[in-house]
Design a protein around this ligand. Structure first.
Ligand SMILES: Cc1ncc(COP(=O)(O)O)c(C=O)c1O
Length: 451
């Protein structure tokens, strides 16, 4: 086992790309061999470099390379890695107490986070929140609450949706490989409806028309009075950063209200400033009944929440919700530091600015490379979908080749999408603009290398 050492006072990490070896370097390669012998094969690796330090918008590996981070650990370190306010609050909390179990003896941090969630999530109705460890767990609990509140069992999810890897959330997730393949049987009473996907939908299809198409499937195949909840990512994450056509979410909200079903907005990837507003639903003034949160909320520590209408949240009996670690005090301290950073540094404004810079450069790139079929996203949640020129045929090979070239050149990018043909960009919102520009330059070079 690696020995723990006394923590030195660490200087701030220079916000720069610096390559001193090939990527991955020899030390990372050696560690990858150790990893293969010790870690289960099913846990994948996007970029085989071992990280030693990270700060702001860079990751520094064990070979001394400083990489530009366009992934934020999958939309988590929105406030930057090791953000000062997060570090300070976590250090203070971890020295006071690390755990009591909130269900045994409560503490302020949990209540503070719930109050912040109740304040920041869409709508000014009376709300309650409950905290969990992971996004999947939050989604599971939102479904539990919707079922106990409505006394119905059917759950509607969407094509291309991703909600996690537990049994119920695997059922809600659309894509088989790698998330579900061989892991069934899955939870029953989950039904899938078509998503609004403007790039792939018939030209000119409006959000209202896409919603009518989805709701027709629900009414015919499930029955409106059987639906406990409709679970939707307001901007899809793993499914390919799909932004539904305007009016789609509002139509779902209206249908849920009219039919006594609960609208659950899964804002786990899109929430907490990522899209340039606190929540993606805010852009269209949609007020969901329940909102699930995780990822960006706690600056890198595991914390998730369900927030929503008091009458739904309070519908579960005492003891019906919880878990040993849910709302751990250290994770709550991190969330408070993270939310404080978002407010103090106007990270919504930063996300919008990043979105403008990225989208303009990517649209320019799309005029040169006809493999780029679509540039889309909202705020600092931006993607390009690669297709065979002039068609909708997915081009996953080019997406993988561009990602590989970026990695070799010191830029961390991620792919996603049902067809694996989407390159997504999620930089920490505190990334200096010079680093953002440099990262986009590397991306342009990677496209040029496609030939
Ligand atoms: C929209 C959405 N929901 C749920 C999850 C699952 O979260 P976790 O990995 O924390 O369980 C994710 C993770 O990527 C997500 O993007």
């Amino acid at each position: 086992m690696t020995e723990s050492a006394a923590l030195p006072e660490l200087p701030e990490l220079p916000q720069e790309r610096r390559l001193v070896t090939e990527v991955p370097g020899p030390r990372s390669r050696e560690r990858m061999e150790r990893r293969a012998a010790a870690v289960a094969r099913g846990v994948g690796t996007t970029l085989p470099v071992f990280v030693e330090r990270a700060g702001g918008g860079v990751l520094v590996d064990v070979d001394g390379n400083s990489l530009i981070d366009f992934g934020s650990g999958i939309a988590v370190t929105s406030v930057g890695n090791a953000a000062p306010r997060v570090v300070a609050r976590v250090q203070d909390q971890v020295a006071r107490f690390t755990h009591t179990c909130f269900m045994v003896t409560p503490y302020d941090g949990y209540v503070d986070v719930c109050e912040a969630l109740n304040r920041l999530t869409p709508g000014d109705h009376e709300k309650r929140s409950a905290l969990f460890n992971s996004g999947a767990e939050a989604v599971e609990n939102a479904v539990k609450l919707a079922r106990t509140h409505t006394r119905r069992s059917a759950v509607v999810a969407f094509d291309h949706g991703y909600h996690g890897r537990t049994n119920l959330t695997m059922a809600l997730t659309a894509k088989s490989m790698p998330y579900k393949h061989g892991f069934g049987p899955f939870a029953p009473e989950v039904y899938r409806a078509p998503m609004s996907y403007p790039f792939r939908d018939p030209e000119g299809m409006t959000g209202e028309q896409a919603a009518a198409r989805a709701l027709d499937v629900v009414e015919k195949q499930v029955g409106a009075d059987q639906v406990a909840c409709v679970v939707i990512e307001p901007v899809q994450g793993e499914g390919g950063f799909v932004v539904p056509a305007p009016g789609f979410l509002a139509a779902l909200q209206e249908w849920c209200t009219a039919n006594g079903a609960v609208l659950v907005a899964d804002e786990i990837q899109s929430g907490f400033c990522r899209t340039g507003d606190w929540f993606a639903c805010d852009h269209e003034g949609v007020v969901p009944d329940l909102v699930t949160t995780a990822k960006g909320m706690a600056g890198g520590l595991p914390l998730a929440g369900v927030t929503g209408r008091a009458e739904i949240m309070d519908s579960a009996h005492v003891g019906g919700l919880g878990g040993t670690y849910g709302g751990n005090p250290v994770a709550c301290a991190a969330a408070l530091g993270s939310i404080e950073t978002m407010e103090a540094e106007d990270l919504n404004g930063r996300a919008r600015r990043i979105g403008q810079v990225m989208t303009a450069r990517l649209q320019e790139l799309a005029t040169t490379y006809d493999a780029i079929g679509d540039v889309r996203g909202r705020g600092a949640m931006v993607a390009v979908e690669l297709t065979r020129p002039g068609t909708l045929e997915p081009d996953a090979a080019s997406a993988a080749a561009v990602a590989k070239a970026c990695h070799a050149d010191g830029l961390v990018v991620l792919t996603c999408g049902t067809y694996g043909n989407v390159l997504r960009f999620l930089p920490p919102l505190v990334m200096p603009e010079s680093l953002l520009d440099e990262g986009l330059g590397i991306l342009e070079k990677a496209f040029a290398s496609l030939g």
